[in-house]
Design a binder for this molecule. Structure first.
Ligand code: SF4
Length: 747
């Protein structure tokens, strides 16, 4: 222990001298405390009194609820939802209420862990040893197999200043070309759809639109469960709106809707085209809007000719008269908003499906006005930050790696040699993974995500990880399925233990604050990147990156002139006093506190000619559909609002655990269960061509005959899913595969 402390002291002294860190003096204990707390309470402008209450944005989902955190002696001891915030008006879902509890878990990663040789156990080590090991092994791998052999997988869960630091250090410092985010699993489709249709990744809405529509159309979105506070906005809508839900399952949202459309799995693109055709047939399109603000209408109209009502009925199972009625509701609605999530994004033809939704909004002129929009709802708390600032598929600030002027701008503003900036985009997540098989990916750094649970067809990924020369996992827990396979585990501070900013689903930037001390030796991700950059020998590139707020100022400047320009935001305090600020906010402008702003009110889109583009394609069958051997469609999705993704956090709350089944269950239609002699609660073997798992039968009218549903939160689910991807967004097709069921012996 003494040796460990001595090593820590020497390392930190060396590091502090070398990297301009401030506020370090005194004993090792003080240094560690300040290391953990250097970017939070006490050192930033909004210093908190020891027994204060402060507000911060929740660290689970992209709704971006504001939580009031109540401190005693500088540590948050309780929280309540912020009653005055325009996002959540005093409400929170179960996860938000338990946001502090999950920080106290005994399985937190509290010290770096190193596996010196394969076959040996992970053992505690010092940060000095960990940083040295990281750099030595990464450099060795790059020297033997080329710079491109090292890659990283980032996340939508850390602050945008941290993800920018990661992307900048990895690409400009380490010379890594390929780095992608777990946002590829949830939002890549929306990004690609918006870029092609609008010219920039630009979700146009504000949450006020939920309350101002007279028709709301949800496609593949179970808002009640996935985004329960957004659903509260729908509940507040005073216009007695028509609520249309397109979903193969009778979800909680479908039950609350005025119209549930239980279309066949993956018939959504065809049905959306049929709705568009019917709108044109009836003359319900907005001709003036199409003429003034869009391109490609004639081609779309020709494309739609084959999508008759009869064709729609045959493909989707929805009667032609019902499709006609849906088209009428959309075509004659005054303020129609369209909302989609993972049911669309996680598909084999996801991007074109998202664009079919966008096409409907454009055809009917439902964009840029209150209560309208083609609106992708985001998943993770900072997925939107990742889309602009992770330096993975976009160069920082929504720029393009391939564009010389963009590289020059970024190099000049950050003081990075331009030759350090890659001239091409990264491979997407699945290509990085496939590169492990081909020998192109040899070292992988995984930050705040758990691919050995969440990636599609996890049997495949576990075999792949065994082939890596070096696997690093940086996480707040040391016992995730991925961390257990790692050669090096870097313990990270969590939400509530650090400072930075998030961007929520409606483009609202909000703050995360430090209200707790991270356990043991865990450091903020920001500090970890700083340590590694120093050890790598490129600390001089990041001399100005000495706190999250200083990085926020750099990133802000990078957005100047971009659609996401936020140069009008003065500082963190400005964000805090306005209850968050939606982008854009160019220099010289300001907003009222709690304001709601949407894009495209002027009808000008971000394409060079200012017009939106109709994008369309043929509808293709899924890569795996039920057959006599595997006769059921496997649907996956969120199980309850108390579960978050792979449950690494939510399983650490006794209260949250009490709100959902602990073991995997599968929803089966009662008629199918009867045919297979399966009883409620009985163990069922579920086989796909990838693997077999056991789950408890839940007889449910939510699934139609021929379909079953497995929640994504259980490790069993992705042993069954099919490795296929949208060709444009490269997003995994989680939502459809084929399985068979076998009743196991009753207990
Ligand atoms: Fe947090 Fe999302 Fe729940 Fe709001 S809805 S409290 S942001 S998890």
């Amino acid at each position: 222990m003494i040796r460990f402390k001595f090593a820590q002291t020497k390392f930190r002294d060396k590091l502090l001298r070398a990297t301009k860190f401030r506020n370090f003096d005194g004993s090792l204990t003080q240094q560690l405390r300040k290391t953990q707390g250097a970017f939070g309470t006490g050192l930033q402008p909004h210093a908190l009194a020891p027994d204060a209450t402060t507000n911060a944005i929740c660290g689970f989902c992209a709704t971006g609820c504001s939580l009031s955190l109540h401190l005693r002696e500088g540590q948050a001891v309780n929280l309540t939802p912020d009653p005055d915030h325009p996002v959540n008006y005093g409400m929170a879902c179960p996860k938000g209420w338990e946001a502090l509890t999950v920080l106290d878990a005994p399985n937190r990663a509290t010290t770096p862990l190193m596996r010196r040789d394969r076959g040996q156990a992970l053992e505690p080590c010092t940060w000095e040893e960990a940083a040295h090991f990281f750099c030595e092994r990464m450099k060795l791998t790059q020297a033997r197999f080329g710079k491109e052999s090292a890659a990283f997988i980032s996340t939508g869960q850390i602050c945008l200043e941290e993800m920018a630091f990661l992307g900048a250090f990895a690409k400009f410092g380490m010379g890594i070309l390929h780095g992608d985010g777990n946002t590829r699993q949830c939002m890549a489709t929306a990004v690609m759809a918006y870029k092609e249709s609008f010219g920039f990744d630009s979700p146009p809405y504000t949450y006020g639109d939920f309350q101002e529509s007279d028709v709301l159309v949800f496609v593949g979105s179970n808002l009640c469960i996935s985004h329960p506070i957004m659903w509260e906005h729908v509940e507040k809508n005073p216009h007695q709106p028509k609520i249309i839900v397109l979903d193969p399952r009778r979800t909680e949202t479908a039950m609350a809707a005025t119209h549930h459309v239980p279309l066949r799995p993956k018939s959504d693109l065809t049905l959306l085209y049929c709705l568009a055709r019917e709108i044109l047939q009836q003359g319900w399109q907005d001709k003036d809007f199409i003429q003034a603000h869009t391109e490609g209408f004639a081609g779309l109209a020709t494309h739609l000719e084959e999508f008759t009502l009869e064709h729609g009925e045959e493909a989707s199972g929805i009667p032609a008269a019902e499709i006609q009625e849906l088209a009428r509701l959309i075509g004659q609605g005054k303020r129609v908003s369209f909302w989609w999530t993972m049911g669309v994004n996680q598909s084999h033809q996801a991007t074109r499906t998202a664009q079919a939704i966008i096409n409907l909004a454009l055809l009917t002129g439902n964009i840029g006005r209150p209560g309208t929009g083609a609106n992708s709802i985001t998943g993770q708390c900072n997925a939107m930050g990742s889309r602009l600032f992770s330096n993975t598929t976009n160069l920082l600030g929504g720029h393009r790696f391939e564009e010389p002027a963009h590289r020059e701008k970024v190099a000049s503003l950050l003081g990075i040699p331009i030759e350090r900036i890659p001239t091409q985009v990264s491979l997407p997540y699945h290509k990085i993974m496939e590169g492990i098989d081909t020998g192109d990916t040899k070292a992988l750094w995984v930050i705040a995500t758990n691919p050995a649970h969440s990636w599609i067809n996890q049997n495949e990924i576990r075999e792949r990880f065994d082939k890596l020369e070096f696997l690093v996992v940086q996480d707040m827990y040391a016992d995730t399925e991925t961390a257990e396979l790692a050669d090096l585990v870097l313990p990270a501070a969590s939400w509530g233990e650090k400072e930075g900013s998030f961007i929520n689903s409606e483009r609202r930037i909000g703050l995360v604050k430090q209200v707790r001390t991270a356990p043991g030796q865990a450091l903020s991700d920001f500090r970890i990147f700083q340590l590694l950059a120093h050890e790598w020998g490129c600390g001089e590139f990041f001399a100005e990156w000495d706190s999250p707020e200083s990085v926020f100022q750099l990133l802000k400047e990078l957005t100047r002139g971009q659609p996401c320009d936020i140069t009008g935001i003065r500082d963190y305090h400005h964000v805090d006093t306005k209850s968050g600020i939606q982008w854009p906010l160019p220099e010289g402008s300001d907003v009222e506190e709690g304001s709601q702003r949407r894009l495209f009110a002027d009808g000008k889109f971000f394409r060079p000619n200012g017009k939106a583009q109709f994008v369309f394609d043929r509808s293709r069958p899924g890569p795996e559909t039920p057959d006599p051997e595997y006769p059921f469609y496997l649907l996956t999705g969120r199980g309850t609002s108390a579960q978050w993704h792979t449950q690494t956090r939510t399983r650490n709350s006794r209260i949250l655990r009490s709100l959902y089944p602990q073991d995997a269950y599968i929803e089966i239609n009662a008629a199918d269960a009867e045919a297979l002699d399966i009883e409620e609660g009985q163990a069922v073997r579920v086989d796909s061509r990838r693997g077999s798992v056991t789950a408890a039968a839940l007889l449910s009218p939510a699934v139609t005959e021929g379909s079953v549903f497995l929640p994504m939160h259980y490790v069993e689910t992705n042993q069954l899913t099919h490795s296929s991807f949208d060709p444009h967004s490269h997003q995994p097709n989680y939502k459809a595969g084929a399985v068979r069921l076998t009743a196991l012996a009753r207990a």
